[in-house]
Write a protein that binds this ligand. Structure first.
Ligand code: FCB
Length: 440
């Protein structure tokens, strides 16, 4: 059971669930083009069992029933994403069938009284643009601006809120430095360029949407609490650097128009020439900020090359992903983000949740561990609100079990179980727990 009540949160506080296009829709339908995740998954060793999003949850055809699940649980909002490769299969030319899908989806949300919260980019880069360098190519800012205009000219007046980019760190660092996500590069120069270009694309999209009169614009930042693994000054330095790379760089760019000094020193040579001139556009005014939060990392110094750090296994209870459960980090990020960057601007928790080895037994999925996770993290949100932080909503990740990127269909994050053979949906105990809580 969830120990909270809707009435424990301020009036108008939004509860929702989040998903993303490639993870649930089924990319083989509706004329979608090839996305870089199709290529990444087709390359052996990148994704568990080389699985991809071709079918996923077949949400493309089942969206009505999936939205009913949100409505029946009493959620207020739905955070979804618009696949670039579906709307523009070659990255530049409109596929009317693709845009029609999001049009139908939007109307279906509104019919059910759900607030549509769009994210323009949740990693479905068309392969044709990856061929041209993807996030390494400065032109991506303009391409993304054009995509944004095409989508929002059609949907913009029906959105409750719009985010440009999901998780800047994943788009750049995880995908170009660590190589864990598409396009799977391990190249410091590509990384530095992607870090800057993804922010430039964000700023460009904001400018285009202001031009169209679209309301309530923001972006979604993922944050991972960085703590030193021991008491040494070296570990403290490793944690501070990790914090800069992961957490400060992107919010600082977007809200202050500056990058952390340490990273300008370390990466400045790799940033595109004249990057300083982009900072005004990058820090275009926003109406809200979203934080995705899952876990913390413990950092120690490492003798290797820059960034001279490594993550160390932590002592806390872990989820199926091997991620430590650390709700205090969510509280601390909400407080810190408001204090250092966003002030009175509304903050949303745009993703939070855990994967668990869920199984259907006698028609029931007892995901008690997930309910406990939600309980502790909702407490963290309440504590932050109690300190005056303007948190305006909480979106659970995720509505459905889905394609968990490099981990394929193995890791289950849903409040609703999906059988990937039959595609049958079974609401888990956590879905029922939200339903109970949202009625109170
Ligand atoms: C986030 C992603 C989301 C999902 C969760 C578990 O980084 O935004 O798509 O994979 O992690």
């Amino acid at each position: 059971m969830l120990i909270h009540k809707r009435s424990d949160f301020p009036d108008g506080f939004l509860f929702g669930a989040a998903t993303s296009a490639y993870q649930i829709e089924g990319h083989k339908f509706g004329g979608a083009g090839r996305a870089m995740w199709d290529d990444f998954a087709a390359t052996p060793g990148n994704v568990v069992r080389a699985e991809d999003g071709a079918l996923a949850c077949d949400h493309y055809h089942r969206y009505g029933a999936d939205l009913d699940l949100l409505k029946d649980a009493g959620f207020d909002a739905y955070r979804f994403s618009t696949s670039w490769a579906r709307v523009m299969p070659d990255g530049r030319t409109l596929n009317p069938e693709g845009l029609d899908f999001y049009d139908r989806l939007t109307d279906a949300m509104l019919e059910r009284g759900l607030k549509p919260c769009a994210t323009l980019y949740h990693w479905e880069l068309p392969s044709a643009l990856a061929d041209q360098g993807g996030w390494r190519n400065r032109d991506i800012a303009g391409w993304f601006g054009d995509f944004t205009e095409a989508v929002m000219a059609r949907l913009g007046d029906r959105m409750y809120s719009v985010a440009t980019i999901n998780e800047f760190w994943c788009v750049s660092w995880l995908s170009h430095f660590l190589g864990h996500h598409a396009p799977g590069l391990r190249d410091i120069r590509a990384t530095a360029r992607a870090m800057h270009h993804v922010l430039l694309a964000h700023g460009t999209a904001i400018e285009r949407m202001r031009g169209l009169g679209v309301q309530n614009l923001g972006a979604v930042f993922n944050m991972e609490w960085a703590a030193p693994a021991d008491e040494s000054p070296e570990a403290a330095e490793a944690a501070a650097l990790y914090d800069d790379i992961y957490n400060h760089f992107f919010v600082s760019g977007a809200f202050k128009g500056t990058y952390p000094e340490r990273l300008v020193t370390a990466l400045g040579n790799h940033f595109p020439e004249g990057w300083q001139d982009d900072m005004t556009k990058i820090s275009a005014r926003l109406d809200w900020a979203g934080i995705n939060y899952y876990t913390r990392s413990l950092l120690a110094a490492d003798d290797g090359p820059w960034p001279h750090l490594r993550a160390v296994d932590g002592p806390l209870e872990k989820t199926q992903m091997g991620w430590e459960i650390y709700p205090q980090g969510l509280h601390d990020f909400l407080v810190r983000t408001a204090r250092e960057y966003t002030g009175d601007l509304p903050l949303y928790v745009t993703e939070n949740g855990m994967s668990n080895a869920d199984m259907v037994m006698d028609g029931v999925v007892d995901d008690a561990a997930r309910i406990a996770y939600f309980n502790s993290h909702l407490s963290a949100v309440r504590n932050a609100i109690g300190k005056g932080v303007p948190v305006k909503g909480y979106m659970a990740w995720s509505l459905l079990d889905n394609y968990e990127w490099a981990l394929g269909y193995e890791k289950r994050f849903g409040m609703v179980h999906v059988d990937f053979e039959t595609l049958e949906r079974v609401p888990k105990a956590s879905w029922h727990a939200f339903k109970g809580m949202l009625a109170k």
